[in-house]
Design a binder for this molecule. Structure first.
Ligand code: URA
Length: 326
């Protein structure tokens, strides 16, 4: 805070140290290790492998990572009315009214000046005596989706859906980015960041999705040529895909015990997201899909997460994801 905050900083300097963050639930909270206890298929274990890499904020004017030592030494400030609006206290204009009415305090002092700046990590803001805090920043996690779950956060018919596999209570607003068929397994990204999701799914962004498919019949490389050229499906032409026949060593994701006789495995990379696209493409060349598994989504690889489990994305993965949308 520019006025009260200055006094506080002065006091802290006098004592040779800065105060610990009091509004620190924002992302320090994400450093706390946890395991999820929500409902899940028996035998699966939910996990979080990246407690040390908590989700970052990406809303301009707010720190973009968990408060490091450096952030503590170089506080990032924002205007109080903006802080109040982001915290959901009121609209920006409404927040200004709250301030001028003397209902807002920063570190115990009434803040009526509209230019007042606060450090969301360290200043304690109250409205009518009640603490006001920023919501947690966007969350990004990957689920290793098992078969038998609908890609939806609720199903009126009560069928199993992916919502039961992710920590939706801890991260309200979590939703899947795109969809996998009920019987498709593998990487499913979840976020609370609507803008990023929209960008990732926009056809113009050409975000690659890589699948391993086990198909019926003996597949030769030449059979995949129509996929590579770009084939016509009943809802229009497909963009050219990358496709290759896999040997058993590369097909373990769908055939862990080797490729059964009379079947084959292929890797198919597409950047569109049409319904049943991979199944329809392979079906059209005479090789119906028996099993389908997604191994990557844009820059994300399905690693470090067992079937039915989820993990938060690392800061590096988040960065790559953001770059993939540029
Ligand atoms: N293509 C399909 O056919 N199914 C999926 O679940 C994903 C891509």
């Amino acid at each position: 805070m520019s006025s009260a905050g200055e006094k506080r900083n002065q006091a802290n300097r006098t004592h040779g140290k800065r105060t610990a963050p009091r509004i620190a639930n924002v992302s320090l909270q994400a450093r706390i290790a946890y395991s999820d206890t929500g409902s899940r298929p028996s035998g699966s274990k939910q996990q979080c492998l990246n407690e040390q890499d908590p989700p970052s904020w990406n809303d301009g004017g707010v720190p973009s990572a968990a408060p490091t030592e450096e952030a503590v030494d170089h506080p990032v400030t924002m205007r109080l009315q903006r802080f109040l609006a982001r915290a959901g206290a009121a609209s920006r204009r409404g927040s200004e009214n709250l301030m001028t009415a003397g209902r807002v305090r920063v570190n115990g002092q009434v803040a009526t000046e509209l230019g007042t700046k606060v450090d969301p990590l360290r200043d304690e803001v109250t409205l009518d005596g009640m603490p006001v805090r920023l919501p947690d920043g966007p969350v990004y996690l990957m689920l290793n989706k098992p078969a038998g779950y609908l890609t939806t956060m609720s199903d009126p018919q009560g069928r199993p859906c992916v919502a039961s596999l992710v920590p939706r209570d801890r991260y309200p607003g979590l939703f899947p980015v795109g969809r996998l068929d009920m019987d498709t397994t593998g990487l499913l990204l979840f976020t609370t960041d609507g803008t990023l999701a929209q960008n990732l799914l926009h056809p113009s962004k050409h975000v690659d999705k890589r699948y391993v498919a086990q198909v019926d019949g003996v597949l030769r490389d030449a059979d995949l040529e129509p996929l590579r050229r770009g084939m016509e499906l009943d809802d229009g032409p497909c963009q050219p895909a990358r496709a290759r026949v896999l040997r058993a060593a590369d097909a373990r994701a769908v055939c862990p015990c080797g490729i059964p006789a009379g079947t084959s495995c292929a890797e198919v990379v597409i950047h569109e997201g049409r319904k049943n696209q991979v199944k329809r493409m392979l079906g059209k060349i005479g090789h119906p899909v028996l099993r389908l598994h997604r191994t990557s989504f844009g820059p994300l690889e399905l690693t470090g997460v067992s079937r039915g489990s989820w993990r938060l994305l690392s800061a590096e993965e988040q960065r790559k994801l953001t770059n993939a949308c540029r």
